[in-house]
Design a protein around this ligand. Structure first.
Ligand code: AMP
Ligand code: GLY
Length: 429
């Protein structure tokens, strides 16, 4: 098999790493890839959001299978374009990717199908109407820009002033681009978050091991939100009874709802959950694997990912083929100084060769590039140090020992990934 992976972050490096282990894989390209992926796959300098350029690339290289990492090509319709040409691809069509591409669409879908989620106060496309709605909500309030906003589209407002500021910047000053023109106001949920990602061929589905991301930049969940500073997965992260509740009240109604709305869904579906005292509720859908959740998930895969993804693209997923390593996995993200705000790039990365991969540690590269033979930083999230082990404690020890050996100017990372990993107590357990 020859495979094209679209994207260039840590998630895509993890996918490439796992696909490469398959005996049936002969060649992998990655568009655009990054410095680390370049060691495992042939990088092609094509922008991941540019569907037309990706079609031209696929015409030239003729992959047997294309696997899409990020949301942008999916929301831009890459799966429709590939399907029209009968090219095998893993990832939902444009109309299904709207579950991520439009938060209002996604909320209306959830409400229509009675799937537990935060109460919606309203959706607005005019700022006077949105300001007026602030009179009738409970605080704190969650405001979401409707469209894709590169992680800047959600605010949790404790009082009216913060809410008004966000509405002004999104709807009047256009600071979030077209994604901010419409907004959704919803109730704030409390509890622990969980990323529950499934893989589906439109009929059958298989859950990935559940994971927990750490979105805030600093230890103790302080500081601004990031794309994700680390993730972990462990056998007891989600108690079995609560897992069954997630499946019966959320996952299956979602897949049935999509089918009955005439929006068949194929690919990874990321269900972002809040485990509230009233049971699990949907915070958001993403039409892809999470990053860094993917790194923690891939580390525990005990099956041939190329075979499974080929099955998904062909509509013949056999969920029983997905087997998982027992124990736990952890991914800690090493970030550039200043991230998620302004940061400098081009910092030389040192220490990678001193890490003993035999212990099960993998370094998935995200914001890196090769410059005159050296690896340098090129983004906010630079590396994802990842390990799977028999226990969470061992996985944590492995990643933090490895992280301590790595250096680049300004490096920072959270020291408390999975530190609050007690069994989740929530309704449904
Ligand atoms: P989203 O872009 O929808 O994933 O939201 C980003 C983050 O905002 C989530 O991971 C949560 O931490 C938080 N969030 C979103 N919706 C809510 C909500 N209704 N209540 C509390 N937190 C939320
Ligand atoms: N780590 C969260 C996301 O990928 O959306």
């Amino acid at each position: 098999m020859k495979i094209l992976v679209i994207g260039g972050g840590g998630r895509e490096h993890a996918l490439v790493w796992k696909l490469k282990q398959s005996a049936r894989v002969e060649k992998i390209w990655c568009a655009p890839g990054n410095g680390g992926i370049a060691q495992d796959a042939e990088s092609v300098g094509v922008d991941a959001g540019n569907v037309r350029a990706l079609i031209e690339l696929a015409e030239k290289i003729a992959p047997d299978l294309t696997v899409v990492g990020p949301e942008l090509p999916l929301v831009n319709g890459i799966s429709d374009a590939f399907a029209e040409r009968n090219w095998a691809i893993v990832g939902p069509r444009e109309n299904a990717a709207r579950l991520e591409g439009s938060k209002i669409f996604s909320k209306e879908f959830l409400l229509r199908h009675n799937i537990p989620t935060a109460k919606m106060y309203g959706a607005y496309d005019s700022s006077p109407d949105a300001y007026a709605a602030l009179e009738k909500v409970d605080w704190p309030l969650v405001i979401k820009a409707d469209g894709l906003c590169a992680g800047k589209g959600v605010v949790l407002a404790a009082e009216a002033e913060t809410a008004q500021q966000f509405l002004k910047s999104a709807m009047e000053s256009n600071e979030l681009g077209s994604g901010g023109r419409r907004v959704l106001l919803e109730e704030t949920l409390e509890g622990e978050e969980l990323s529950f990602i499934i893989l589906t061929d439109g009929e059958r589905y298989a859950p990935m091991v559940p994971t927990r991301d750490h979105k805030r930049v600093f230890d103790g969940n302080r500081g601004p939100n990031t794309g994700g500073m680390g993730a972990y997965s462990s056998d007891d992260l989600l108690p079995a009874a609560l897992g069954r509740t997630v499946i019966s009240t959320i996952v299956e109604p979602t897949l049935r709802g999509l089918a009955s709305d005439g929006i068949p869904y194929q690919g990874f579906l990321y269900v972002g959950l809040m485990l509230t005292k009233d049971g699990p509720k949907v915070l958001e859908f993403n039409c892809r694997l999470g990053d860094p959740e993917a790194q923690a998930i891939v580390a525990r895969m005990d099956f041939d990912l190329a075979e499974i993804l080929e099955d998904v693209a062909a509509g013949r997923l056999r969920p029983e083929k997905l087997r998982w390593k027992k124990g736990a996995s952890v991914c800690v993200v090493l970030a550039s100084g200043g991230y998620p705000g302004k940061f400098e790039t081009g910092k030389k990365i040192e220490g990678l060769t001193s890490i003993n991969r035999n212990t099960g540690v993998e370094i998935f590269q995200a914001g890196t590039r090769l410059e005159e033979g050296s690896l340098v930083s090129s983004g906010g999230r630079v590396l994802g140090v990842t390990a799977a082990a028999d226990s969470l404690e061992t996985a944590l020890a492995l990643v933090y020992q490895a992280a301590a050996k790595i250096h680049f100017d300004g490096i920072h990372y959270r020291k408390d990934i999975a530190a609050h990993s007690g069994r989740v107590k929530a309704a449904g357990d």
